[in-house]
Design a protein around this ligand. Structure first.
Ligand code: MLC
Ligand code: AMP
Length: 500
């Protein structure tokens, strides 16, 4: 194939009048129409001087055009770099600079804030609004709806996704065409997706789950998506009778269960409910089955690896587990110190290897070496166990990470900002149990001797520098942080104290 990613996901549907995206207002966008938009965008990007391998950073609201931008990048051989819409200019500047993006696509509202940065870095900027209007589509409209697909190899880069790190510095995970294709094909088969499926798509499209799992699986199987701008429990309930499958983070499922209208009858036409990105409580699994008769299928993945494991489609979907390694994926549980596999049933670090595993972190050879072994096994930082029947469970994390509503939050990044605030000597950020988001963020501050900390002023100071979802929901003040004999902050004690 000349361009394996584009051809596998999109090109095969060229010219088809079958529906690809269905919008809330009932409008339908066919495969042909979608690919026509993508082709026009591909022209606009190449006309702007972009060459294969160049990075295109996009911080845009979810829309059919935003998705067409992804397809356009694939078709033109550009590296797609989607960014969370909640990120502030401070956060974005790092991603844009580090990736060396040649083009930034942003919401018209964000243009003025980003222009000085783009000027400084020599990146071009075009706008794309939630309604699909703006400079990008104005450029695209000048071109024809056919674009000669740029030839690429499976080993070429297709996307960068930034993931934060325990040191507070984000890393650009480099994903190849083959990484994305192998996972899309495997998942579509494993979960029995066909062209008759209609996926209810309410996830953001700037992360692995909404983009590479939900979208790629739909695209590769020729299915359609009901494409919602964001999660809205009322809309999900209204539209469920028209869908066959849903993919979501656990918050989707707990919120659905909170609705009286969410009944067995409503879900009668649904074939499959899939959960991932954060642990699904066994009680949610059980309550969901009681209410609807469906067993949620839980799977496990991450930015660097796409999906690693899944519960079976047929066979027992076991609550509290993430199922078996996917076909083609090897998974082992190892001892952190020795790197040796632990005896069956014991807890250790989860390592994975397979065609799904990324190429490394952009311009970070040391970090890549630390997490990606020479033999191809990637150290996930998750702690797990394999039971006697082969089901994998995730029992904790070796990395200091909070997952709130499916978004990853690295405490270090927030601590670095809190430590800068007036009167703050040091800080520790912890995740505490939250009924809606699974975990939520609490900041613990230690004042400098003789200083008073103004919590409101600290919260206000975070607004400009940290995305809202990362900001602590609560600030607590302590005279000192509990530390072990090695001087390491004992976050477990803080969680016990402030977790209630
Ligand atoms: C929104 N807020 C959050 C939040 N989402 N705060 C913490 N954690 C979150 N996840 C903030 C809002 O800014 C707002 O702030 C307040 O919480 C209430 O917002 P809301 O209206 O209740 O939120 P909502 O828009 O409904 O979003 C909740 C959500 C959303 C769960 C639907 O966060 C979401 O779509 N999450 C999915 C994330 C995802 O796709 N993860 C996949 C990563 S890939 P305020 O105070 O200003 O009102 C990955 C790999 C894998 O992990 O395995 O899949
Ligand atoms: P991200 O870096 O956003 O890709 O998040 C990946 C992390 O999410 C993994 O390393 C896990 O810690 C977590 N994760 C994903 N799926 C699951 C799941 N089903 N259960 C528990 N944790 C999960």
């Amino acid at each position: 194939m000349a361009n394996p990613l584009y051809d596998t996901l999109f090109g095969r549907h060229d010219g088809k009048d079958t529906p690809f995206l269905m919008l809330r207002d009932g409008a339908k966008i066919t495969h042909a129409d979608f690919l026509g938009r993508a082709a026009r965008i591909a022209h606009a990007l190449t006309d702007a001087g972009l060459k294969p391998g160049d990075r295109v950073a996009a911080q845009v609201e979810k829309s059919p055009e935003a998705l067409a931008l992804y397809a356009a990048c694939a078709q033109a051989g550009l590296v797609f770099l989607p960014l969370n819409t909640a990120y502030t200019v401070d956060e974005l500047s790092y991603f844009i600079e580090d990736s060396g993006a040649r083009m930034v696509i942003c919401d018209p509202v964000g243009e003025a804030g980003l222009t000085p940065l783009c000027d400084r870095l020599g990146a071009q900027i075009l706008t794309l609004g939630a309604d699909g209007h703006g400079g990008l589509m104005a450029q695209a409209a000048r071109h024809e709806d056919r674009f000669e697909t740029v030839a690429r190899e499976g080993s070429d880069l297709a996307a960068f996704l930034y993931t934060s790190g325990t040191t507070g510095r984000s890393k650009g995970a480099m994903l190849t065409q083959d990484n994305l294709i192998s996972n899309a094909v495997t998942l579509a088969e494993h979960w029995r997706f066909t062209q008759d499926d209609v996926l209810l798509h309410a996830l953001p499209i700037f992360h692995t789950h909404g983009l590479f799992v939900a979208t790629n699986v739909t695209a590769v199987s020729g299915a359609a998506m009901i494409f919602l701008p964001k999660f809205d429990v009322g809309a999900l309930i209204d539209l469920m009778p028209k869908a066959t499958a849903l993919m979501g983070v656990p918050t989707f499922y707990t919120r659905l269960l909170g609705e009286e209208r969410f009944t067995k009858q409503l879900t009668a036409g649904m074939r499959l409910f899939i959960s991932g990105s954060a642990p699904l409580l066994a009680e949610t699994h059980v309550e969901f089955e009681k209410r609807t008769g469906h067993r949620i299928l839980e799977r496990y993945g991450m930015t660097e690896t796409n999906m690693n494991t899944s519960n079976p489609y047929e066979g027992e979907r076991r609550a509290g587990t993430v199922g078996f390694p996917l076909p083609g994926v090897e998974l082992k549980i190892t001892d952190r110190e020795t790197g040796e596999e632990v005896p069956q049933g014991e807890v250790g670090l989860i390592e994975v290897r397979g065609p799904n595993v990324f190429k490394g972190y952009w311009q970070m050879p040391e970090k890549t070496k630390a997490e990606l072994r020479e033999d191809g096994f990637f150290l996930t930082g998750d702690l797990g166990r394999i039971d006697a029947d082969g089901y994998v469970s995730i029992v904790g994390r070796d990395k200091d990470l909070i997952i709130s509503g499916g978004y990853n939050i690295y405490p270090k990044e927030i601590e670095l900002v809190l430590d800068e605030q007036p009167g703050v000597l040091e800080s520790a950020v912890i995740g505490v149990k939250d009924a809606d988001f699974g975990e939520s963020v609490v900041g613990v501050l230690v004042p400098r001797p003789g200083a008073e900390i103004d919590r409101d002023a600290v919260m206000a100071a975070l607004q400009g520098s940290l995305a809202r979802f990362k900001q602590p929901r609560r600030l607590e003040i302590l005279d000192e942080l509990p530390r072990n004999t090695m001087g390491k902050v004992q976050k477990n004690l803080l969680r016990e104290r402030f977790g209630g």
